[in-house]
Design a binder for this molecule. Structure first.
Ligand SMILES: Cc1cc2nc3c(=O)[nH]c(=O)nc-3n(C[C@H](O)[C@H](O)[C@H](O)COP(=O)(O)O)c2cc1C
Ligand SMILES: [Mn+2]
Length: 484
């Protein structure tokens, strides 16, 4: 089921017993973080704070903080439902040229049903006002943060050459009433578009930021989509209904009509300012660095808007589930390019880009190495610091099993691959920002034609016959639980 907007999602969370409302006064300085962190670690409910000190607006947090709520946000029972349809979407979104258009005529009809739909009046423009970001209940998340940060923003930009919009989630450090940092990392689409404006000689680029909207739209801003795909189109696909968009009051960008707040403005192309530190999803503070500045010219909003946010820190937290959705939704695409992949697991502790465990159908010597290099060449997988490859009979989600294979199956000199290449901007371990060393671990069974001349022992496993016999007699042995 698609939600029209954030409040429809909140209502459903409430109806399903997934929302806890807190009406006593709370402070956006650290207190909301401490409450939410505890609830996250207990795998608890979404939280709605209705009475936040020094702000007229309520705060919604942890709304996608379990697999159940993340699935609700995507409008599905479980992630696999979305994964199944991913291929169709890529075919659709990638249509090019007349021949393809003709070939895909029936599909284009489908595309027309998910393309963002322009409207002329919108709830997100019920109120148009001068910016005062200090009115928003922006969280100062952690003690050593440089200030308050907007943590769930949908940053909308437009490619100056193709005219296509992009929507990415990049945190905003609030500096004062009308300026924030713009923390798009080096490898992201927002930054690439910024560089295009610079190269073309512009002085500033239009940027608008939406807060709120259908949760599938919020998710889409985080999804590692190929550059040519507008995240709003993807959101339309997820919700099987177009995202309604409205033109901004002060610039040419189209923003989600159902959002709670829109911050309209621009980024100067020759201005940088110190941004951070910020307690980040690695569980560490990301270091202060120079980033562009976002100047807000107008705030438009609903009459009674709700401020959506999240906190990141030591896992598990809400963003882990956003990442888990991405792991599941994008697996079919990876399989398209690397069909030998059976399954993949990005453990929470690896905060997505530090560890990928991948099971493969191994069919030729050094196949594991081929998959590692393939992944390091693929979109945002390029900065996966550690890739562990196991055989297809090992479930990558069973980390204990995986570690058993790693500890026992590897000859370190032969089976470890050390490469140098891009790392995520948040990596603090490398002595150089943005690049460093990555490790591949081939934990598969080694074959004679890979140079392993000794016999490789079998896994110890009981015969099916004895297993069935024992299962059948389980209760006769006096056990009351299931035999599994
Ligand atoms: C809660 C949250 C906060 C994020 N903050 C940032 C950020 O500050 N900077 C950044 O470059 N990416 C950040 N990301 C990751 C990007 O949103 C993600 O890589 C996305 O695919 C970028 O979109 P793009 O490819 O269109 O640039 C964040 C993700 C989440 C879930
Ligand atoms: Mn993008």
């Amino acid at each position: 089921m698609a939600y029209d907007n954030l409040r429809a999602f909140i209502k459903d969370l409430q109806d399903q017993g997934e929302l806890h409302t807190i009406d006593i006064e709370v402070d956006s300085y650290l207190e909301i973080t401490e409450i939410t962190d505890r609830i996250s670690k207990q795998y608890g409910k979404a939280l709605l704070f209705t009475n936040v000190k020094n702000s007229p607006y309520p705060v919604l947090i942890n709304s996608m903080g379990t697999d159940k709520r993340m699935s609700m946000a995507l409008g599905v029972q479980d992630y696999d439902q979305v994964a199944e349809e991913m291929q169709n979407f890529m075919d659709l979104a990638n249509y090019k040229g007349l021949w393809n258009q003709l070939k895909m005529a029936p599909d284009l009809y489908k595309l027309s049903k998910i393309f963002p739909k322009k409207v002329t009046s919108a709830p997100c423009q019920e109120v148009v006002e001068e910016p005062d970001l200090t009115q928003l209940p922006v969280l100062h998340c952690w003690p050593k943060d440089a200030g308050p940060f907007v943590t769930l923003p949908l940053v909308i930009t437009k490619d100056p050459e193709t005219g296509q919009q992009n929507m990415g989630m990049y945190r905003l450090q609030v500096y004062d009433k009308n300026t924030t940092g713009m923390h798009w990392h080096m490898h992201k689409d927002g930054k690439e578009i910024y560089e295009k404006y610079r190269k073309l000689g512009y002085k500033r680029m239009p940027v608008s930021v939406a807060l709120g909207g259908d949760p599938s739209l919020i998710y889409s801003a985080t999804a590692p989509l190929p550059k040519m795909i507008d995240e709003m189109l993807f959101a339309g696909y997820l919700r099987k209904k177009p995202i309604e968009v409205v033109k901004c009051v002060t610039n040419e960008l189209f923003v989600p009509a159902e959002a709670e707040f829109i911050l309209e403005g621009y980024v100067e192309l020759d201005e940088l300012r110190l941004e951070g530190p910020f307690g980040d999803h690695t569980g560490y503070y990301s270091l202060a660095d120079m980033y562009p500045v976002f100047h807000v010219e107008k705030v438009t909003r609903r009459t009674s808007p709700i401020y959506p946010t999240t906190i990141v820190g030591q896992p598990p937290m809400e963003d882990c589930y956003i990442g888990k959705a991405t792991e599941r939704v994008f697996l079919p695409l990876m399989k398209l390019m690397l069909p030998e992949i059976v399954d993949m697991h990005l453990p929470f502790e690896g905060v997505f880009h530090n560890c990928a465990i991948v099971s493969i159908k191994k069919s030729f010597p050094k196949h594991a190495q081929k998959v590692m290099y393939g992944l390091w060449g693929m979109g945002q997988m390029m900065y996966t610091k550690m890739i562990i490859i196991v055989d297809e009979n090992v479930d990558p989600h069973d980390v204990s099993k995986v570690m058993w294979k790693v500890f026992n199956n590897i000859d370190p000199k032969r089976d470890l691959v050390l490469t140098e290449g891009p790392l995520d901007a948040l990596d603090h371990s490398s002595n150089t920002a943005y690049f460093g060393h990555r490790l591949g671990i081939d934990a598969t069974k080694k074959w004679p034609n890979e140079g392993h001349t000794r016999e490789w022992p079998d896994d110890i496993e009981m015969s099916d016959e004895i297993k069935s016999m024992v299962e059948a007699k389980w209760r006769e042995y006096g056990f009351e639980n299931d035999p599994s």
